[in-house]
Design a protein around this ligand. Structure first.
Ligand code: C5P
Length: 215
């Protein structure tokens, strides 16, 4: 077993927040694997490489000039922490993440985040592909409407109206892409614990993960 807690799930499920807090409590490193796919999509756009160009994007993924520094992410020495969170970059991440050569190019980089300190890793395939020997595997979900509401709250958008509808549509579209792709589709590992957070607060979700960890 590896000293890794793997937390996978669909977009806006809250897995990033939960994973970061669990890492903090246990004094472990935290890997936001989605950021690597987002960085790859952004870097491809900057270099004028099409998101469908598998070999072109894979070369960029392999050589990402990225530095994770505290809460900041630097790409080519430029702070892109906020920029990679945009929804079009999320869609781009989902597009490049469907390309096998890109996933291969990022595999070792993700594994390198594990040190003797231990790791909490969040993504789509942490338990199934990157760390199949993880000591604890969680599949964190919430209903699409709850996820859309959380995202809307983040952006200060009301829970009705056209902007909210757009968020909901985007979330469902990205999930559909992630679930139906041929490589590393989004799905729980056979030995994952399923945590539906639709009715839970962040604190309750964190506690649940820590409960499982301590058992
Ligand atoms: O988690 P986040 O929304 O930042 O991830 C962006 C996209 O990157 C996801 O929609 C997914 O397609 C891809 N991804 C992935 N495998 C991971 C993490 C993210 O395919 N481990």
């Amino acid at each position: 077993r590896l000293k890794v807690i793997a937390i996978d799930g669909p977009s806006a499920s809250g897995k990033g927040t939960v994973a970061a807090r669990v890492a903090n409590v246990l004094n472990r490193d935290y890997l936001d694997s989605g950021a690597l796919y987002r960085l790859t999509a952004l870097y491809a756009r900057q270099q004028h490489i099409n998101w469908q160009d598998e070999s072109g994007v894979a070369v960029l993924a392999k050589n990402l000039p990225v530095i994770f520094h505290n809460e900041c992410i630097l790409l080519d020495s430029k702070d892109v922490t906020a920029e990679i969170r945009a929804e079009d970059i999320g869609m781009g991440a989902s597009a490049v993440a469907a390309l096998p050569a890109v996933r291969d190019a990022l595999l070792q980089r993700q594994r390198n985040f594990l040190t003797s300190k231990g790791l909490v890793a969040d993504g789509r395939d942490m338990a199934t592909v990157v760390f199949p020997q993880a000591e604890l595997k969680i599949f964190l979900t919430a209903s699409a409407t709850v996820r859309a509401q959380r995202r809307a709250l983040q952006f200060g958008i009301a829970n009705n109206g056209i902007e909210y509808q757009q968020i909901l549509t985007d979330i469902e579209k990205r999930d559909q892409t992630d679930r139906t792709r041929l490589v590393a589709p989004l799905k729980p590992a056979c030995d994952a614990k399923i945590l539906d957070t639709s009715l839970l607060t962040i604190e309750e979700s964190v506690e649940k993960v820590l409960d499982w960890y301590r058992k």
